[in-house]
Write a protein that binds this ligand. Structure first.
Ligand code: ZN
Length: 152
């Protein structure tokens, strides 16, 4: 049953991505590319102080990459930059199936919530790249990294 729920959440977010499009007064942005699958993404972020006030993305790719980007924008909006980075660490350990990764202290009060829906990619290394592309791109945007992110 849980699998069905996760499946429909992914389908819903890939068919109707949230926060899809340009972002007014973006302060940070970066491009990401996953050559294994052909997923492309641009993440736009507006940071005010330490808070991620606004985040959108544009791009094209498979259902997993789009759903993951959509869920990511919902998850990190309103959070601080360290919280977003902590959430990525927890999410990455979920999708990589690596239980040994200890969540950073800033992750204490964070819950993965809907991001759990992507736990199904665990064990499929190619899909893991699809699921983490948006997050790596967010990280690059926040670090003001000029070169596009590649998963390879
Ligand atoms: Zn993909």
């Amino acid at each position: 049953m849980l699998d069905d729920l996760y499946q429909s959440l992914i389908l819903d977010h890939s068919a109707k991505p949230r926060n899809f499009g340009p972002l007014a007064e973006a302060s940070h942005q970066a491009d990401g590319y996953n050559p294994l699958c052909g997923d492309r993404i641009t993440v736009h972020v507006r940071v005010d102080g330490e808070t991620i006030e606004g985040i959108t993305f544009v791009g094209s790719g498979c259902a997993i990459s789009k759903a993951s980007a959509s869920l990511m924008t919902e998850s990190v909006r309103g959070k601080s930059v360290p919280q977003a980075e902590a959430l990525f660490a927890v999410f990455r350990s979920l999708v990589m199936g690596d239980e040994s990764v200890k969540p950073p202290p800033a992750a204490d009060a964070l819950s993965l919530g809907k991001l759990e829906a992507l736990s199904g990619v665990k064990g499929f290394p190619m899909r893991v790249k699809c699921a983490t592309l948006a997050w790596h791109t967010l990280q690059a945007a926040l670090a003001r990294q000029a070169a596009p992110v590649k998963t390879e």
